[in-house]
Design a binder for this molecule. Structure first.
Ligand SMILES: [Zn+2]
Length: 156
């Protein structure tokens, strides 16, 4: 990194690194080893953060914690551990990486979460689905519950 004061391209010392407002950029405080002056750089992070296309068309960086908070609500008082939730999110992430390069519809994420959650805990699944699919009335809810029950009957 060329020093903006003495213009020497000598190795500098990174004093501090933190994300800038835009998540794709980090702000680094550096100190030039030649003149000891300090300067700040803004650097693009090279990791390709996939972007999520929301229903209204806006795009946000993929964020595990968004899935996590939805899962925690669905799994409230259910026998699902943080570790299981974490591995579910990782499975969803792997599916995204397998199928998309830069952008993914939020719908795909919701469907993946539902699919894996259905295998994990059916009560949590129905809770998640009722929020995610925005069930219009109690009939939708009953239909979804029935489809879960039918599926589990097939498994026995
Ligand atoms: Zn310098």
């Amino acid at each position: 990194m060329r020093c903006p004061f003495c213009h020497k391209d000598q190795a500098d010392r990174v004093l501090d690194t933190r994300p800038a407002e835009d998540g794709a950029v980090v702000r680094r405080r550096r100190q030039c080893k030649a003149c000891n002056r300090r300067f700040t750089t803004y650097e693009r992070v090279e990791t390709t953060t996939i972007r999520v296309i929301k229903k209204d068309g806006t795009r946000v960086p993929f964020d595990r914690s968004r899935i996590q908070s939805g899962l925690q609500r669905a799994c409230w008082k259910r026998p699902v551990s943080d570790k299981q939730m974490d591995s579910l999110i990782s499975k969803v992430e792997a599916e995204i990486e397998k199928n998309f390069e830069t952008e993914v519809q939020s719908k795909f994420i919701g469907e993946q979460v539902m699919q894996f959650l259905r295998e994990l805990d059916q009560v949590a699944y129905v809770r998640f689905a009722s929020v995610y699919l925005k069930f219009q009335d109690v009939r939708d809810f009953v239909n979804e519950v029935n489809s879960v029950v039918e599926d589990s009957n097939e498994n026995f």
